[in-house]
Design a protein around this ligand. Sequence first.
Ligand code: ADP
Length: 492
Amino acid sequence: MTTLAAAPRLPMQTKNWQTKLLIDGQWVDPVDGKSFETYNPATGEVIAVVAEGNAKDIDKAVQAARRALESGPWSRLDAADRGRLLFKLADLVEKEKEQLAQLESLNCGKTITDSRGDLEGVINTLRYYAGWADKIEGKTVPVRGSFLSYTLRQPVGVVGQIIPWNFPLLMLAWKWGPALACGNTVVMKPAEQTPLTALRMGELALEAGFPPGVINLVNGFGETAGDALVVHPDVDKIAFTGHVDTAKIIQKRAADTLKRCTFELGGKSPNVIFADADMQQAVDGAFHAIYFHGGQCCTAGSRLFVEESIKDEFVRRLVEKARQRRIGDQLDPATEQGPQVSREQQEKILHYCDLGQKEGARLVLGGKRWGDKGFFVEPTVFDNVADHMTIARDEIFGPVVGILPFKSFDEVVDRANKTYYGLAAAIFTKNIDKAHLFARAVKAGTVWVNCYHVVDTTTPFGGFKMSGQGRENGEAVLEHYTEIKTVTIKLG
Ligand code: ADP
């Protein structure tokens, strides 16, 4: 495993970073003048001090978004022109993608290779929804009697968007793209761990020409700024990505105003390896499933079911591969795994590693902190994990995989589904019947066959059961950002 090298000087370190709140097209100080520090998780060092908004700032942002929605130039813009603005934003992001990728890595700890990949996703998403802007259509409806009925698809209104720290830029694009294509205005609260790249996106949005109040950004904490957005009577919808426990709070807090809510939450995704799979493909797939971005993915393949007859050989190969993992400075292109996002996450993951051993799983690799500074965790493998163990039930959100042996197809489908979650599932097999039968039977919003973590802007993404409500991406998300209105006219 590599050592932690000094972080290279970044191009943006010579610039004045934007740290204020974006409200009504202006960069402003928070009403109460508060701020908070943000860190490089590889070293724990402070890299910026950022304006901290609270309920007063959220109120200002919501009022600005309401004005922009009801009476500003945005409300009169042709749908095609909304698309044009999104295309322009995508072009600006493309021009600056390397700097954005570096800033993303510096603040959230993901490797520069992964951030570069995310930036391609951001650009694709903005362009995909730019293309949708003038293709969101109503219908004419064959009603009884002498009437003409048709439907209009109109924006839901002012949308509060609350995003997490694991894919800060990509989650921003998944939220802004469809919301703006449909004509809504937005107030976004980025995660408190990763406030920086959203601020740069705010600057680029202004440069692209989005009118004042269409996009507002309020950094701050969940219980203050986030909650204020959720309870605000003038916010029509909340789009949230984050922890299931937070979603439960939000659903309750949004009840008084009966807000529309969509949730994209966590998972404990089953990844099932059959003995007839291509062994190398399955090992590589399982490895990517759990260790991509240090396991900090809602779709992480953390329950690894392996057919008993190949299990020992499979574990041997997986562990061998994990031993080779290059850990270190997230900005070094050779690094394969950076730090976890925060000390809190590091401690939580290490706590689960202790629990796994106490509950009787066999620790084969890792289980410890890596290095002596920053928030790193070693790639960790537990063998002989049983369904009832905490590490097989809770979302760990770290580089920790539990291997669960199985004997038969019916048994593994049943066990794969025994979870409150249902975000993703995967199967590795050469048998086409097994693949399709599994895809039908497993309760998950996304199923991968002989691959993992393949998520594209064009395909619906979201969870069954407690992994979410609604879908993001593809055409599917558009229904969550529009209201359908029926217009009926008497004829003759
Ligand atoms: P994690 O545990 O991975 O940090 P969270 O669900 O706590 O996930 O955070 C995701 C986002 O939700 C962040 O932007 C956070 O500030 C926000 N958040 C946390 N608590 C609340 C809350 N009570 N109301 C609204 N937003 C919240």
